[in-house]
Design a protein around this ligand. Structure first.
Ligand SMILES: [Zn+2]
Length: 265
């Protein structure tokens, strides 16, 4: 894109395997391949919301996994819909289902029992303003909370894996206490640095400025803060951003770039 970066997408790696994927913005299918990850390794896919910069590469990513040896279904969790956005189930079916899906030639991906493919299992997560358990298997537990992102249904996610808590704010203006509750004692908190301090109008209604990120990170006692979803509006402002966060949060702060990896030990 204009900022010469891929849009939002995250992988949680454990023992060399990509176990959890969050969002698939434009450019992320290529970055996924570059990272060495395999879709066959992913246990669960989580959407924060359906803006293009969080979901645009989903079909490309899923298509590439067509050539991998994946047999088990892939659960896909994300927000419910409203007049501005599809729900998670609508999004997946609008892409792949017969007879109207854009890429209905891949409808094997959503027709249970079809041979030669795995199936996507989309679920709408009706999370409220306090965190709820969404998914659990032998290795991990995944929690979500509803966050405010203008009029768009949006979720923040917490993944508990290997005894660690990793939290993704997604896009939000930081209103309410849900994200702070979700992020409490996180080993790693990935927050979206989409607007600079002093942002107003629609930018501020959609996104949290650095001072709000700092307040949430401090109140939640997160052990490590990573700033992601950096856009032209915030790139180059790192000094001011760090200073605004520092007034509230004293832990380590890092700025994310494409393909960066942040160890959680
Ligand atoms: Zn958004």
């Amino acid at each position: 894109m204009q900022d010469k970066r891929a849009s939002t997408s995250y992988l949680i790696w454990e023992h060399g395997r990509a176990r959890v994927m969050v969002d698939a913005g434009g450019g992320s299918a290529l970055r996924f391949g570059e990272s060495g990850a395999q879709m066959s390794q992913v246990d669960v896919f989580l959407f924060s919301h359906f803006h293009v910069d969080h979901s645009g590469d989903f079909p490309a990513l899923i298509f590439s996994s067509w050539f991998e040896d994946r047999k088990r279904p892939l659960p896909v969790f994300g927000p419910p819909g409203n007049e501005y956005m599809p729900s998670t189930t609508e999004f997946v079916h609008d892409l792949f289902s017969e007879p109207h899906g854009a890429w209905r030639y891949l409808s094997d991906l959503v027709e249970p029992g079809a041979e030669g493919s795995y199936t996507l299992q989309p679920h709408n997560v009706d999370a409220g303003s306090t965190p709820v358990l969404v998914f659990r298997n032998a290795d991990m537990a995944v929690y979500a909370v509803r966050v405010v992102h203008g009029a768009f249904p949006a979720l923040a996610w917490r993944v508990e894996i290997g005894g660690k808590r990793i939290v993704f704010s997604g896009d939000t203006n930081g209103e309410g206490q849900g994200l702070t509750q979700l992020a409490t004692d996180a080993d790693l908190f990935v927050a979206h640095n989409a607007v600079p301090e002093g942002a107003t109008g629609v930018e501020r209604r959609l996104h949290m400025p650095p001072s709000v990120i700092g307040m949430i990170a401090a109140n939640a006692h997160v052990k490590q803060l990573v700033l992601s979803h950096r856009m032209l509006r915030t790139l180059g402002n790192e000094k001011e951003t760090q200073a605004a966060i520092r007034r509230r949060y004293s832990g380590p702060i890092q700025f994310a770039n494409d393909l960066d990896c942040f160890p959680v030990r």
